[in-house]
Design a protein around this ligand. Structure first.
Ligand SMILES: Cc1cc2nc3c(=O)[nH]c(=O)nc-3n(C[C@H](O)[C@H](O)[C@H](O)COP(=O)(O)OP(=O)(O)OC[C@H]3O[C@@H](n4cnc5c(N)ncnc54)[C@H](O)[C@@H]3O)c2cc1C
Length: 439
């Protein structure tokens, strides 16, 4: 009998952990338990629809799921269909990889108005995530404020700025495309509390903003330093930030010209209130200055008219059952990934919402190496016990073959030039699967 491992969540954190277990433990059997029928977490529901090459990593993950020592159990939610306590009884080790999808709050007056959304919700809406399909943002607005200057903020701003032609080869939700492309948006503001040197976007994402078909990207020359101060930065960081500065210099001279939309990247400004009555009418920003790397409010404010606010200020994981939780950091409490004997955490539920897909790889590898070192001889029932439990609860498990059929149907339904038309709800996916099986 081999050792049994359950991985909860099939995003990059979980999938890199599976890869490492396969490479380093010949006798391990792995069950990947995923809440949705569709695997790979934010690769499908987070990564921007116009960045299809980034999504290609899912091919490598799918190959991992095809390994005979791995089973994919989609449409099975821990905490609903099976508890963590049960998983810990059934498996020799359990790896939590359930992500950090809950938007952080700004904590300012007016934030609860109707057209204020966190980026997870907004991105989930345009990416067909079933949790956010009913978000219903009102895009009948001239101005949009995006709070944050990281890659997620850039994604939100860019998706709102691109033309139908620019989005034709993407898998943007059809309902979102209809609303975005009919919107009278003229000005998109991106606000950073600190300066250009601290902005977290990568240079590839930033440069893309200079190539938009019908949107001019503008930066105030006065916000740009003469050079990036390298103190306290490693070489890589210094290179990226210097390149970013160079790219932003290219945005200072430009005016909108004949382009319909303008994207303003504004620094040294922190939100203090969302303005308006029932509808959002603007955002009040406080100018900041930087002291020892921190943004300090100056007391001087200015108002920017806008009808939609998207906050891209990070996210947190959910506390579950008996798992110790760090409320401030919004992550599971752990020591080098070990939560308690036999229970480990990887990905964003372990580290918080930082880094790229690739950041999860070495991090998951380290945690799996620790787990394998600590794992005793097999003495748990493993897969068969979970199967019995799920069958008794009449849980409809979506296996890898089922997911591959759903995927083929999505590709077959794609409009010309697009990679796929996504199903949205689990119910839609299961109905399509049944129809295909009956045909
Ligand atoms: C909007 C956005 C865009 C991004 N774009 C890029 C990009 O272009 N390039 C890049 O390198 N990085 C990008 N990232 C970062 C990258 O997506 C993350 O580093 C990565 O997805 C984190 O992996 P994870 O496995 O920890 O979490 P996730 O990807 O969130 O995966 C968690 C999985 O757990 C599942 N789950 C949740 N709860 C349960 C439960 N109770 N039971 C079972 N399963 C459960 C979820 O359904 C999900 O599949 C982006 C992130 C965001 C938010």
């Amino acid at each position: 009998m081999g050792r049994s491992v359950a991985v909860v969540g099939s995003g990059p954190g979980g999938m890199y952990a599976v890869q490492r277990v396969l490479d380093e433990c010949g006798d391990c059997r792995i069950d990947v338990i995923e809440r949705l029928p569709s695997p790979f977490g934010l690769i499908r529901g987070g990564v921007a629809p116009d960045h299809q090459t980034t999504k290609n990593v899912s091919r490598a993950f799918e190959k991992t799921l095809r390994d005979p020592r791995v089973r994919y159990l989609g449409n099975v939610a821990m905490g609903h269909d099976v508890s963590l306590a049960e998983l810990e009884i059934i498996y020799d080790a359990v790896i939590l990889a359930y992500g950090a999808p809950w938007d952080r709050k700004l904590g300012i007056p007016g934030e609860d108005k109707k057209n204020v959304f966190g980026s997870n919700a907004f991105v989930g809406w345009y990416n067909c995530h079933p949790d956010f399909k009913d978000l219903d943002p009102d895009l009948d607005v001239a101005g949009v404020a995006v709070v944050g200057v990281g890659n997620v903020a850039v994604d939100c701003a860019r998706v709102l700025a691109k033309t139908p032609k620019e989005m034709a080869t993407t898998d943007l939700a059809t309902y979102a495309a209809a609303r975005i492309h009919a919107a009278p948006i003229k000005d998109i503001w991106m606000f950073g509390r600190r300066g250009p040197a601290e902005a977290a976007f990568t240079n590839v994402e930033l440069r893309e903003l200079g190539k938009l078909e019908d949107c001019a990207t503008l930066v105030d020359q006065a916000h740009l330093p003469a050079a990036i101060d390298s103190v306290g930065m490693d070489d890589k960081d210094f290179r990226v930030r210097s390149k970013n500065l160079e790219t932003m210099r290219g945005f200072t001279g430009a005016d909108a010209g004949s382009k319909k939309k303008r994207m303003h990247i504004a620094f040294f400004a922190s939100p203090v209130a969302v303005l308006g009555g029932e509808r959002v009418e603007g955002i009040r920003m406080e100018k900041t200055r930087i002291e020892k790397g921190r943004a300090i409010g100056t007391g001087e404010t200015f108002d920017v008219p806008c009808g939609l606010v998207i906050t891209c200020i990070g996210s947190r994981a959910e506390a579950i059952e008996s798992v110790p939780f760090d409320e401030k950091a919004g992550i599971v409490r752990h020591e080098q990934g070990r939560v308690r004997p036999g229970l480990y955490a990887v990905g964003w539920v372990k580290r918080g919402a930082t880094g790229t897909i690739g950041t999860n790889r070495l991090d998951s590898y380290d945690v799996v190496d620790l787990m394998l070192k600590e794992m005793a001889a097999p003495d748990k029932p493993g897969a068969a016990a979970l199967d019995r439990l799920l069958a008794a609860r009449k849980v409809r498990v979506v296996g890898l073959a089922d997911w591959q059929k759903i995927q083929k149907l999505e590709e077959a339904n794609a409009p010309k030039g697009a990679p796929r038309r996504k199903f949205i709800t689990p119910a839609e996916m299961l109905a399509a699967l049944d129809k295909a099986s009956a045909a």
